[in-house]
Write a protein of this length. Structure first.
Length: 175
């Protein structure tokens, strides 16, 4: 085996990215405080050709030097918008036909491996605050709550890791 060089990876230009068919998934960041997490989510959204990111509440917005450190330019390719309240984003997405999915540990949650994404449906995935998680008022508005099964002593993943796991599974199912 030989490690591929960057020029062999077939990366899209920003223009090619913008013309590409997107996965019908929107990421909603509900009061995420870590600028590194925000940048990492942008980078992951770029990798999986996600439609856009909704930044809500205290979640910082580009341009920001600390977001750029982990986004590595993905703030230029991935569409995003800001909402003062997460409930505003959820309301807009629901009216546009998206199914709202909270990524959270909750009563009645569906383990990620058991959730079957429908090919003809659009989804908005809500990831919450690093300590408090997705706000209960937002959970109340969700169509589903999906949980990433965990087996160790910790009961949560970093937001950026959660986004990567969930987006990989949604991409795998929808492609």
């Amino acid at each position: 085996m030989r490690k591929l060089q960057n020029k062999e990876l077939g990366r899209k230009s920003i223009e090619q990215f913008r013309r590409s068919e997107r996965l019908p998934v929107v990421i909603v960041l509900d009061n995420v405080r870590s600028l590194g997490n925000i940048g990492s989510v942008f980078r992951t959204a770029d990798a999986f050709l996600i439609e856009r990111i909704c930044l809500c509440g205290i979640t910082a917005t580009p341009p920001h030097r600390e977001i750029h450190k982990t986004a590595l330019g993905a703030t230029e390719s991935v569409d995003w918008n800001y909402f003062k309240e997460t409930s505003e984003a959820v309301k807009e997405l629901k009216s546009a036909g998206y199914k709202i999915i909270g990524i959270e540990q909750a009563e009645g949650s569906i383990p990620l491996g058991e959730f079957m994404a429908k090919r003809d449906s659009k989804y908005a995935l809500v990831f919450g605050h690093e300590v408090k998680g997705v706000d209960q008022r937002v959970i109340d508005e969700c169509d589903y709550v999906v949980e990433i099964p965990q087996f160790g002593t910790k009961h949560s993943f970093n937001i950026a890791v959660s986004a990567g796991i969930v987006l990989w599974e949604f991409t795998r199912q929808k492609k």
